[in-house]
Design a binder for this molecule. Structure first.
Ligand SMILES: Cc1cc2nc3c(=O)[nH]c(=O)nc-3n(C[C@H](O)[C@H](O)[C@H](O)COP(=O)(O)O)c2cc1C
Length: 367
């Protein structure tokens, strides 16, 4: 059996695999470009996308906005005919500007989560860029699609469902994860049924993509059998030469075993999944004391300077437990002990560094 193509409007990906956006600095032009060159969809993370540029620390916001174009152009040079786009988190600082820059840069797709992307259609306007919200429940799907239809008379070009086994921030409370894992297949079926109503209403096809814990061909076959049109995979691509993260970041995955991956608490209030290290230990041990502090609280890890990553209403740098940007930057700037090493549940299955092509060859082999 051959994997089907993934059609999103007038775009056709030869392989129904989207590489999930990974910030900070894990999925930039090299990874996204190489995934797109193999026939999948390559996604660059916009989270502090300009962190390697000279002016980043002095002018992070401006530098990031500029780097959107630079990074996309470099990815296009790798995959001339490929499908490329961005992951933009709703919680990020100046979300509207970031989305608009992605559209102007020529993104084929924008995938947006970490919040409900209520005004995404307005920001993209009539541009050719295809848009997808990230959802974790039928409830969130209903809210977004109802709102987009009512306010903009349009719907999603595709939907990404993020389950509880992925890496990075999760759309579930920590105490709901076990239950969510058991109920995810049912939730997917319900989401697909709900999306069908909008396919009929707008007379278009809205592919539904599943993300979170997808590793091999039988995982892909499973989600296709539930009615998904493709999958989004992130963690598996960390174990490639093309992944934009440095080798010491990738080594942490090679060294990790199954018992080294746990939920941790992000300052944004959402749980995140990461590889255990000195940093997660400090957070785990200090959080009870932090929570017990009377207001105003003081950070667990002092914050040197603000890099304007989150919307101001989501982060008060004087009281937030730690700076999410500094933690993620540490992990890609050779301070992996003090870095937040986001990983899906499968992170320990990376045992060697391979290539994007080898992964695609394995996943697309006919059988
Ligand atoms: C290191 C890492 C960083 C991530 N960063 C982001 C991000 O910036 N924005 C986002 O929406 N999702 C992020 N994710 C989630 C992925 O895009 C993806 O949906 C999820 O990890 C898929 O599950 P998998 O890793 O098991 O394949 C991240 C995941 C990882 C592992």
């Amino acid at each position: 059996m051959k994997l089907p193509e993934l059609k999103i409007g007038d775009l056709t990906a030869r392989v129904p695999i989207i590489q999930g956006g990974m910030g900070i600095g894990i999925s930039l032009h090299k990874l996204a470009g190489n995934v797109a060159a193999q026939g999948g969809i390559g996604i660059l993370s916009t989270a502090q996308i300009g962190f390697q540029e000279e002016n980043f620390r002095r002018a992070p916001v401006k530098t990031n906005l500029k780097a959107i174009q630079t990074q996309l152009d470099k990815a296009r040079a790798i995959a001339k005919e490929g499908i490329l786009g961005f992951n933009v988190m709703v919680a990020c600082f100046r979300y509207d500007d970031v989305v608009k820059h992605c559209v102007e840069a020529g993104a084929d797709v924008i995938i947006s989560g970490a919040g409900l992307p209520m005004n995404l259609p307005e920001l993209v306007g009539n541009a050719k860029t295809k848009i997808a919200p990230i959802v974790s429940s039928v409830k969130a799907t209903k809210i977004i699609l109802r709102n987009w239809a009512k306010k903009y008379n349009r719907t999603a070009d595709f939907i990404v469902i993020e389950g509880p086994e992925g890496g990075g921030h999760l759309g579930f409370k920590a105490n709901q994860i076990e239950e969510a894992i058991l109920g995810m297949d049912d939730e997917i079926i319900q989401i697909i049924a709900h999306v069908k109503e909008y396919e009929e209403k707008f007379n278009i096809s809205i592919p539904v993509i599943f993300a979170g814990g997808v590793w091999n061909r039988s995982d892909i076959a499973h989600y296709l059998s539930l009615g998904c049109s493709g999958v989004q995979m992130a963690t598996r691509f960390i174990g490639t030469v093309e992944c934009d993260a440095p080798d010491d970041f990738k080594d942490r995955f090679i060294q990790a075993n199954e018992n080294d991956i746990h939920l941790t608490t992000s300052p944004v209030g959402l749980p995140g999944r990461a590889i255990d290290n000195k940093f997660t230990e400090i957070i785990k041990n200090g959080l009870a004391d932090y929570k017990a502090q009377d207001a105003p609280k003081t950070p667990l890890i002092p914050i040197a300077s603000c890099l304007n990553c989150l919307q101001t209403k989501l982060c008060d740098r004087k009281t937030i437990p730690y700076c999410i940007s500094e933690a993620l930057l540490n992990s890609v700037e050779h301070n992996t002990d003090m870095g937040l090493l986001f990983s899906g549940t499968n992170g320990y299955r990376i045992n060697e560094i391979t290539t994007v092509k080898a992964i695609f060859d394995e996943l697309t082999a006919s059988f």
